[in-house]
Design a binder for this molecule. Sequence first.
Ligand SMILES: [Zn+2]
Length: 489
Amino acid sequence: MSAGSLFADHALLPGGWARDVRLDWDAAGRLTAVQPGASAEPGMPRAEGPLLPGMPNLHSHAFQRGMAGLTEYRAEAQDSFWSWRSLMYRFALRLSPSQLEAIAFGLYVDMLEAGYTAVCEFHYVHHDTDGHPYADDAELARALLRAAERAGIGLTLLPVLYQTSGFGGAAPAEGQRRFIRSTASMLRLLETLRPACEAQGARLGLAPHSLRAVPPEALRDALAGLAAQDATAPIHIHIAEQTKEVEDCVAWSGQRPVAWLLDHAPVDARWCLVHATHMDADEYCRAAATGAVAGLCPTTEANLGDGLFDLPRWTAGGGDGEPDPAARQGASSTASGAGRRPGGGAWGIGSDSHACVDAAEELLMLEYGQRLLRRQRNVAATAAQPDVATALWLSGVGGGAQASGRALGGLAVGQQADMLVLDAAHPVLAGLEAPQMLSAHVFAAGRQRPLAQAYVAGRKTVDAGRHPLRAEAQRAFVQARRELLAGGA
Ligand SMILES: [Zn+2]
């Protein structure tokens, strides 16, 4: 890597849009200067359109990209998450390390072309097809590390602890055999993976899969073991995605999942509560107050029929989501996200099952869900940031960075130079003001993608909308999926 600089006529900084911005970064890809109102030196590289912070994708199961589009038919009278999951298990049971690597490589190249410059990989297929550990217990995790490094995307690797098939310690099902490991073996896996992660600048965290898959004592021991290795490591958990999960948790403990977690785990800003779709008013208040990030995956949640997260309630800190007086006076703009009110909850976006891989489309779906729910427009906008696409983008970057446990918090000194350049000459954007270009990118681009460049740690990974390894990555992806489908359903 080498140091670099870029001049942008318009750049989206954490506090909002700025003009004539000069950015410099060091050899490690960290921004050392972000100067609005600057003038460009002769010969300095110039962004050909508005500059945006790259979007971290906070929730990914890479292998599921291989089955995107394959579960869109009715298998049961009441098709749901649970019937989708049984198909997903059949797919997961056949996957080889080289197939995982090929699918992840194809996926990560797609992500870079689609506005994501980093990904949190919630990685739960650990063992061979019989359920035995590989000779190298980290075999499949290393496949993901290689895929990310080759594509050039930033990575937060979250090995998943998975032990039971339901609340109350129900024995794992046969279809879960590749996921299961003891707490001690998980902690050893983290130690094994740490040098490889550090060597490529990836962050290592832990993902207790869910309360139904991790019993209380395992959760407690895993968190203690993780803290002994890295007290600031990110912790991600699936929580309250499904109403059945809420009902089962209440039957088991007398509490709803988020309430149970908040009473039994030290939830704080290291945590990402993935989905958190089904919370009552008290859970919204309490969870937002912990500083944890809500990991929203709008297109997957729509695809699986999960339900809708109440975004205004979350960003209001659990209140009713009506604009508060402080926000009305313009006091709510913070470095961690323009759509977040003081004391309000942080959030970011993930593409999860990868039925859709596009940062802008994820934000569109998030905002449209809220509009349909509330019968209002521009729901994620605030008085401080009335431009809804800008508010959505900044909040997604702030929450995504926090969940990644990496310095990805936007175009500011000390953060990594992860950046996107909008294609100002694209017919969808041409002739518009910079904030309108972002609005058009999020709300009016359809399935076109007016993104010209992506930079990760100051290195250009996408140019003219294309990753240089696109063709190779697509070939490998298609081949792996063919093999998996030929394995029978
Ligand atoms: Zn997930």
